[in-house]
Design a protein around this ligand. Structure first.
Ligand SMILES: CC(C)(COP(=O)(O)OP(=O)(O)OC[C@H]1O[C@@H](n2cnc3c(N)ncnc32)[C@H](O)[C@@H]1OP(=O)(O)O)[C@@H](O)C(=O)NCCC(=O)NCCS
Length: 239
């Protein structure tokens, strides 16, 4: 491939990125009035530099990867470790003070606000940062610490500190984070029960277990009846 073709290919990639970012920002930030403003968003530059740094990280060029990520951090106030894995449609509103750790995994269409940390607790090794599934929103100042998963479409409230797994379609608020909404059902503070959350798979298993024990009882009863019939037949034969 000629240099010219390579340069055109790279330009296409950048233009696709710019178009996608304009779409994402227009969808999620009502404050944008003109597509050119996208170039003024720290999120635009931070994610662009992250995508470049991540390529170097994947090729094990760790120093260059970190250098790019630190340059972006100094320019935008957003620190994304080049080892993090981030899907499409990612948006960080305002940006300042956002930190995303090395083993974080982020799905598609995730939104973060300023002051969010996706970090570790310092107690885990290997995978030590969270996994955020598609459409998760982490509000301003929230900290999500540990290697657990935040399920699809869940929201983390402003200023929360989340230290545990969050199922899909939930809202979590407070320090430590507690579930206040589950599948769009409001869970009132006073009756909230975080331990016995609905578990449809467990419920199905319990139904099957119940059916199984009923069948076993019926079989035992039939066995007893058969024994009784056999015995009375033998007695009749003997007479
Ligand atoms: C969490 C949030 C997204 C609301 O989600 P929701 O699913 O609509 O939840 P609700 O508003 O129904 O709130 C449910 C309960 O949590 C409480 N709650 C909501 N956000 C809270 C927060 N950040 N901290 C503590 N409690 C909070 C509500 O008061 C309500 O309490 P109740 O059960 O006693 O009535 C929203 O409150 C929030 O934090 N938004 C911040 C968005 C942001 O970062 N903006 C920055 C722009 S610069």
């Amino acid at each position: 491939m000629s240099r010219r073709h390579k340069a055109m290919g790279a330009l296409d990639v950048v233009l696709d990125y710019v178009r996608a970012e304009i779409k994402v920002i227009e969808e999620r930030d009502p404050a944008i009035h003109n597509p050119w403003e996208v170039f003024l968003y720290p999120s635009f530059w931070a994610i662009l530099f992250y995508r470049i740094a991540h390529r170097f990280y994947e090729k094990k060029n760790y120093f260059i990867a970190r250098a790019i990520s630190q340059f972006a951090r100094n320019r935008t106030g957003i620190e994304i470790h080049p080892g993090a894995q981030i899907g499409t449609g990612f948006f960080i509103d305002h940006g300042s003070g956002v930190v995303i750790g090395e083993t974080t995994i982020i799905g598609n269409n995730v939104t973060l606000y300023q002051g969010v940390t996706l970090g570790g607790t310092g107690k885990e090794h290997g995978k030590r940062h969270p996994t955020l599934k598609d459409n998760v929103m982490v509000s301003v100042g929230a900290k999500v610490l540990g290697s657990f998963t935040i399920g699809e479409n869940s929201k983390i409230g402003a200023g929360s500190v989340v230290l545990d797994e969050v199922p899909p379609n939930c809202t979590v608020v407070g320090v430590p984070g507690r579930i206040v909404r589950y599948h769009n059902c409001h869970i009132p503070r006073e009756t909230m029960n975080q331990i016995d959350l609905p578990d449809p798979v467990k419920d199905d298993i319990n139904v099957l277990k119940h059916a199984d024990s009923e069948i076993t009882n019926q079989l035992l009863e039939l066995k007893d009846e058969l024994k009784y019939l056999k015995k009375s037949l033998e007695e009749k034969k003997a007479e």
